[in-house]
Design a protein around this ligand. Structure first.
Ligand SMILES: Nc1ncnc2c1ncn2[C@@H]1O[C@H](COP(=O)(O)OP(=O)(O)OP(=O)(O)O)[C@@H](O)[C@H]1O
Ligand SMILES: CC(C)(CO)[C@@H](O)C(=O)[O-]
Ligand code: BAL
Length: 283
């Protein structure tokens, strides 16, 4: 069944009002479109848990620190609606830009601490844009549960903090990263890679897995993994922005004896910036 596409908040509210009266549990899956199996796994998880599911598609200009990245971001609304059809979701909310940022919009939601490192350091302003739009989407949809991918693990932590701090009554649920058979984390930005670029990109997962294995085996380790960074450059990445072991809860850099830990990376290949992260099992 193809879900209705709603562009105006009033139309969304009319639906959610009806659902609330029926005491339906509402789930929301926020996306920027160009849907792939990673997004679809979130829709599936939401549908399994909730009576009603809304997938939102909005390419949020406020979270793009790089104007070229915003221009090149894929926009494939009709295909996206087709891909969602088998999941029986209840509505696709593709807000007109003025529903999110009306004339004179002057509010920013900013989470401190968790946003200082990694994506926050390399994409200035990015998380203010994310927190602001996600707060709006939570309030507009009035969902009970929201589904986010662990591929964007830092984003997941920040969104959870934001909802708690602002008393938005929503449960933020993290879902596992879906990967290509090569191990590469699925991402809309992968579409911009050549065949050779895809091969190089997959090396990142192998290098990260080997590091996690070494850590779990108790090997000596420098939290910023200089040898692994060198391996990525040798494999064809043009730049490694970070490759770091951090606490999975506070996102602080860790001595390796501290757990739970996660290994995080961001690196560029063919001008495309790819992020990933992996859990490190408790010692
Ligand atoms: N491979 C994946 N596995 C699980 N969830 C994912 C995956 N890729 C994206 N998501 C999740 O889907 C939601 C929407 O993400 P978004 O639309 O930015 O897609 P994306 O593929 O991450 O695109 P980008 O190229 O911007 O990284 C986020 O919660 C994100 O974490
Ligand atoms: C959560 C989100 C949809 C907010 O624009 C975006 O950051 C994303 O796609 O991960
Ligand atoms: N995947 C998080 C959204 C972004 O890269 O802007």
């Amino acid at each position: 069944m193809t879900a209705p596409i709603l562009r105006r908040l009033a139309d969304l509210r009319a639906l959610t009002h009806e659902w609330r009266q029926q005491r339906d549990v509402i789930g929301v899956v926020p996306t920027m479109g160009a849907l792939h199996q990673g997004h679809l796994s979130l829709a599936e998880a939401a549908k399994a848990d909730c009576d009603r599911v809304i997938v939102t598609i909005f390419v949020n200009p406020k979270q793009f620190n790089n104007p070229e990245d915003l221009t090149n971001y894929p926009r494939t609304e009709q295909e996206d609606a087709g891909k969602l059809a088998p999941y029986n979701i209840d509505a696709i909310y593709v807000p007109d830009p003025d529903e999110i940022y009306p004339e004179g919009f002057a509010t920013t939601v900013s989470v401190s601490g968790l946003t200082d490192v990694m994506e926050g350091e390399f994409r200035p302003g990015h998380f203010d844009g994310v927190a602001t739009v996600v707060a709006k989407l939570f309030l507009q949809t009035q969902a009970d549960r929201a589904y986010f991918g662990e591929k964007d693990y830092q984003q997941l932590m920040i969104v959870r903090r934001m909802a708690r701090d602002l008393d938005i009554p929503i449960e933020v649920i993290g879902c596992p990263t879906v990967r290509e058979s090569s191990g590469l984390a699925m991402s809309s930005r992968n579409q911009r890679l050549s065949e050779k670029g895809l091969v190089i990109a997959a090396v990142k997962h192998r290098v990260m897995r080997a590091l996690v294995q070494a850590l779990e085996d108790g090997e000596e380790f420098d939290v910023v993994a200089p040898q692994a960074q060198a391996d990525l450059l040798a494999a064809g990445f043009s730049e490694v922005e970070y490759l770091q072991l951090r606490c999975a809860e506070t996102l602080k850099l860790l001595p390796i004896t501290d757990r739970p830990a996660r290994l995080f990376a961001a690196a560029l290949v063919e001008g495309v910036r790819l992020i990933d992260n992996l859990p490190v099992s408790p010692a």
